[in-house]
Write a protein that binds this ligand. Structure first.
Ligand code: NAP
Length: 334
């Protein structure tokens, strides 16, 4: 029997490896016995437990719920490396208590995700989804150029409020400056960011024509954009969310779109993913909806894969993870 460590990898990454021109998992194959999930659907609970029962390491996706019960069922698990910067799918406190190191992929996806936030701001402001659908349906061919067709809002000269001034929030602020926007920002720690006027949360909501969300999803930010916060926004303002769905109360969001309190939304993330085919948001032409593609450029996804693999290899070899969300777990490790 091999004395190599065992790892479970939640995604075979075949398509991405092909695009990269190399096998992204080869450093793991060289050092561990790898069990690799290769079906198109995600593994369910039972399948995860079966795959992880004897595993020392796990390269997981943000769709994998890494909860305490699952960790308890995997006594050998020493390191979980997530292919994501967000770690709200992982019970970090439980992992730390159990001495399980958690790796993630900050930094490498900052600019790409900020690009998507800006694309959503532009698409929602200029009604690009509606206008594109009109053209594709053949409606333009049967009509003519009209003076007030798809008139939207300008970004230049407008005020953008950024909620959460971490790396992605700051990258959005840099883009907004180039677009001639006035930029307001709120963060719990009152970070000073060049070009961003720090304001209180309610002042940001009241003064911004566009609001873009960039806080991590934790207990304190869950439902941050609730009915009260949405009502405190400027009537007709645009809300963009590329952070996590749980930050917004989705029922209240639908109400705010229905009443016209929100002029438009641009969303990449949802309370439940994938978004169900009958979700009420789908009824709104002024909702620009993306299927969680914030980091989805080839270069960035390859960099995320490399970092996730490096984190897992380091953990298996007993070295410090290049990006570790809970270094304190070392003290609890058996
Ligand atoms: P991050 O390190 O994940 O966190 C961003 C901000 O969250 C920090 O600035 C922090 O505020 C704030 N925060 C943490 N706990 C908080 C609390 N209790 N109350 C209020 N604010 C709190 O930074 P990031 O790399 O910029 O990523 C932001 C989020 O974007 C991620 O957490 C992830 O969920 C999401 N994301 C989505 C995609 C996508 O594909 N759509 C891609 C990448 C990331 P302070 O600065 O004040 O400490």
């Amino acid at each position: 029997m091999s004395n190599q460590p065992r790892v479970f990898i939640s995604d075979a990454m075949e398509g991405l490896s092909e695009r990269a021109g190399r096998d992204l998992l080869s450093p793991l194959r060289a050092r561990a016995e790898c069990e690799i999930w290769s079906l198109a659907r995600r593994p369910d609970r039972e399948e995860l437990e079966a795959a992880l029962g004897a595993a020392d390491g796990w390269l997981c996706m943000l769709t994998d719920p890494v909860d305490e019960a699952l960790m308890a069922a995997c006594p050998q698990l020493r390191v979980v490396s997530s292919f994501s910067v967000g770690i709200d799918h992982i019970d970090l406190a439980a992992a730390t208590r159990r001495g399980i190191l958690v790796g993630n992929t900050p930094g490498v996806l900052t600019e790409t995700t900020a690009d998507l936030a800006f694309a959503l701001l532009l698409a929602a402001a200029r009604r690009m989804g509606e206008a594109g659908a009109y053209l594709r349906a053949g409606a333009w061919a049967e009509s003519q150029w009209e003076i007030d067709a798809f008139v939207g809002q300008d970004l230049h000269g407008a005020t953008l409020g950024i909620v959460g001034l971490g790396p992605i929030g700051q990258a959005v602020a840099r883009r907004a400056a180039g677009f001639g926007m006035e930029v307001l920002g709120w963060s719990r720690s009152g970070r000073a960011v060049p070009g961003v006027r720090a304001v209180a949360f309610d002042a940001l909501l009241a003064e911004s024509d566009f609001v873009s969300l960039h806080v991590a999803l934790v207990a304190e930010t869950r439902g941050l954009m609730d009915a009260r916060a949405l009502a405190a926004m400027k009537p007709g303002a645009v809300l963009v969310n590329t952070a996590r769905g749980g930050i917004v109360d989705e029922e209240a969001l639908v109400d705010a779109l229905r009443s016209g309190q929100l002029g438009a939304v641009g969303l990449d993330v949802y309370a439940q993913e994938p978004l169900s085919a009958d979700h009420p948001l789908l009824a709104f032409p002024n909702a620009v909806l993306m299927p969680h593609i914030g980091s989805a450029s080839v270069r960035t996804r390859v960099r995320m894969a490399d970092l996730a693999v490096e984190n897992l290899v380091a953990g298996l070899e007993g070295r410090a993870l290049p990006e570790c969300a809970n270094p304190a777990a070392r003290e609890a490790a058996p």
